[in-house]
Unconditional design. Structure first.
Length: 154
């Protein structure tokens, strides 16, 4: 028996939502990505997403991973740490990550990018539905957009 598709929305994306509640929502979603329940899950959702990346993207170092709905960072800090730790152990170049959002949380992104040199962010709001290419034209990096790739793997 299959369930009908549910169409949900984020309260924080609504124009009537106060900014303090939106920030709380962003932090809550980030915590869910990083939540580990011993005995019930095989690591956090972010850790499991690392396995999906390794399975579907053969040469990770050739990609720039763009989180177009990054909120307060989402899974990106965990993805960057785990994937690049493994790439480094194999003597490969790191994969770079770019945070963007329609309602950016710059304070949190600055904190993340200071700790993790392979994480950068776009310094203005970005609508994921109309986003241009984020890597420079001179860059040979292919873009993998987290928002879109999550839908593609479902």
């Amino acid at each position: 028996m299959s369930w009908p598709r549910s169409q949900l929305f984020e309260i924080g994306d609504q124009t009537w939502c106060p900014s303090w509640l939106h920030k709380y929502e962003q932090f809550s979603l980030t915590q869910l990505w990083q939540l580990q329940v011993p005995g019930w899950s095989n690591g956090s959702l972010a850790t499991q997403a690392c396995e999906v990346f390794k399975e579907h993207l053969q040469d990770l170092s050739s990609y720039a991973v763009v989180d177009v709905c990054a909120g307060a960072g989402g899974p990106t800090p965990v993805l960057e740490f785990k994937l690049n730790k493994e790439l480094q152990s194999k003597g490969k170049d790191p994969v770079h990550f770019i945070l963007t959002d329609l309602y950016p949380h710059f304070e949190e992104w600055r904190r993340i990018s200071k700790k993790q040199k392979n994480v950068a962010y776009i310094k203005k709001p970005v609508d994921a539905r109309a986003a241009d290419r984020f890597t420079k034209a001179s860059s040979k990096a292919k873009e993998c957009r987290l928002f879109n790739s999550a839908d593609a793997f479902m």
